[in-house]
Write a new protein. Structure first.
Length: 292
């Protein structure tokens, strides 16, 4: 079992992140979305390993098999957890892929930790923002296309009232399930509901507050490596207007791929196309060594 210590609770209990890794080669770190765990990446892992990558996927604190402390679900702490993982494994020239909430961890990492030099490379060589919540999901005066605060308040209320029932309904929207469109099977939905239910109820709620309210505008400007931004145009969970369309204006060196008709959970519904796009991006010429 692979665990990394990333701090302690106020009572001195260790906070541990669980991770798994497969393959050899250029490291690729996968950061899962809310409210899932690292198992969500099962349909990407094989293709990435076969492409010659060392694939590492971890559970965010509060989710999966990682520790479930009461505190630490703000993005500063979550970005520090990512930094701890990269440092512990002494990774260099890494491709970091963040899905949904995970995109925020990547953006905040660059603001809080820069891009640490390791030998002749940096820790992070490339970034993928996949269905990401960046730069700001919440509707504000300066972000009129965002999601109204009442939507997130309703999510939190439903989580408090009947978390399992909420997850069942939410995952249908997540994967674009309707009366006439069923891109996933019932057993598949039940499995992903179970992955979501394993999370700490408190962490699940606190992360709603974090991913809805955190503004990553300045963080995105600090991403100093080639970045691939992928988003489904039928995403009803993280609408493209306040996210991908704005992120494309902020990240200094980026390329955007829009998946027509794809829902939020495109890592499954569009897995063949996504895997090809990921492998193609990873295989592009590695940045030259940093000599300064």
């Amino acid at each position: 079992m692979n665990f990394i210590n990333t701090g302690e609770t106020p009572t001195g209990q260790p906070i541990q992140l669980f991770y798994e890794e497969w393959g050899q080669g250029q490291p690729v770190v996968l950061i899962h979305g809310w409210p899932l765990s690292h198992e969500m990446w099962e349909y990407q892992i094989t293709d990435l390993v076969q492409a010659g990558c060392r694939v590492i996927a971890y559970d965010r604190r509060g989710f999966g098999r990682s520790s479930k402390p009461w505190d630490g679900y703000d993005y500063d702490t979550l970005a520090d957890d990512l930094s701890t993982l990269l440092d512990h494994l002494d990774l260099e020239n890494t491709v970091v892929v963040g899905f949904s909430m995970g995109g925020g961890e990547i953006a905040r990492y660059f603001s809080r930790h820069g891009n640490v030099r390791v030998r002749e490379f940096r820790r992070v060589a490339k970034v993928v923002l996949l269905s990401s919540v960046t730069p700001l999901l919440l509707k504000t005066e300066n972000n009129p296309q965002g999601v109204d605060q009442s939507v997130f308040e309703n999510i939190i209320e439903n989580l408090k009232n009947d978390r399992t029932d909420f997850l069942d309904t939410f995952l249908k929207q997540f994967f674009g399930v309707t009366l006439i469109n069923k891109p996933v099977s019932t057993p598949f939905m039940e499995y992903y509901r179970t992955l979501s239910a394993v999370a700490s109820p408190h962490a699940t709620i606190e992360c709603v507050r974090s991913f809805s309210q955190t503004d990553f505008t300045n963080d995105l400007k600090n991403i100093n490596v080639p970045t691939l931004i992928i988003h489904g145009l039928a995403d009803k969970v993280v609408p493209p207007e306040p996210t991908v369309e704005q992120a494309a204006l902020l990240v200094p060196e980026n390329r955007v791929i829009r998946y027509d008709g794809a829902p939020h959970g495109l890592f499954y519904t569009d897995k063949e196309r996504l895997n090809k796009d990921l492998v193609s991006f990873i295989r592009e010429t590695v940045p030259a060594p940093i000599l300064d």
